[in-house]
Ligand binder design. Sequence first.
Ligand code: SF4
Length: 323
Amino acid sequence: MNDLLEVRALNKRYPVGPGRRALHAVEAASFTIRRGESLGLVGESGSGKSTLARILARLIDATDGSIVFAGEELSTLPAARVARTPWRARIQMVLQDPGDSLNPRCTAFQAIAEPMLRLGTATGPSSRAGGSVAERVTELARQVGLPEALLGRFPHQLSGGQKARVGIARALAPGPELLILDEPTSALDVSVQATILHLLDRLRKELGISYLFVSHDLNVVRLMCERILVMYLGRIAEIGPTEAVLDAPLHPYTQALVAAIPGRRRANMPHLELPGEPMSPIDPDPNTCRFHGRCPKAQALCVRSMPLLREHAPGHQAACHVS
Ligand code: SF4
């Protein structure tokens, strides 16, 4: 089996106010990530992509559903306990702003060494380099292109790109098999973004790691990912090979996203000029398509029947009655 991660029927609901009302942040998410694959996760704010990423990083628990990682069920292990198990080393996250994620009182060396010391992976089986912590930190700095001379510096003495390299080295330090990247370059200057993206692409290929690449930027996803998963209001609207999804999108929401990229060159998630208001995520009607009310192709059926993911071509699925 080539799948590293298999997610089945994953739900995340947050209680809202008195009574039994709930915000449905993620609903019925099912997909896989293969070993060594980069899967892009896109959607507007409120689509549930950050919640899904945090569940898979085991920072928060799902309400229900299954997460099988390397053949083992992970969802039964509470997120609060993952930090004290070997699982923490196997799934790592690179946060959006490297400045925020680094301790201002720790040098680059300490920041990279800390997860290895905490998780005991410096010389353990997860360590790809073996040897001492110092040797491993030096090796990681070399891998991410951080000059060794900068390892003694504090975050405020590093540029944005250098801090990003420290953040990546820190995430790689325990030897993860899955890296969850949450908008990893959005806080960087445009001039630095391409360098960091190429670094991430090279590292994935060299180390054979899988990526879940969360991004607002469809062009970045096209560059970095073999497949794309599009979310809308907590549900998967479409998933498939990157070129198929971006060049021939099936779901009306994906079609709107792609059509709104002028000349296919615009960097950020386009501002959608869709009619209507997004549906409320609080106790949404389980029988109505989440995109109904904004969808230009809506039919009467869309109000009384939730569309499920259907395969239209090998590996290319969309959740829409008319696509
Ligand atoms: Fe639009 Fe209906 Fe398709 Fe939903 S199921 S995306 S409302 S056409």
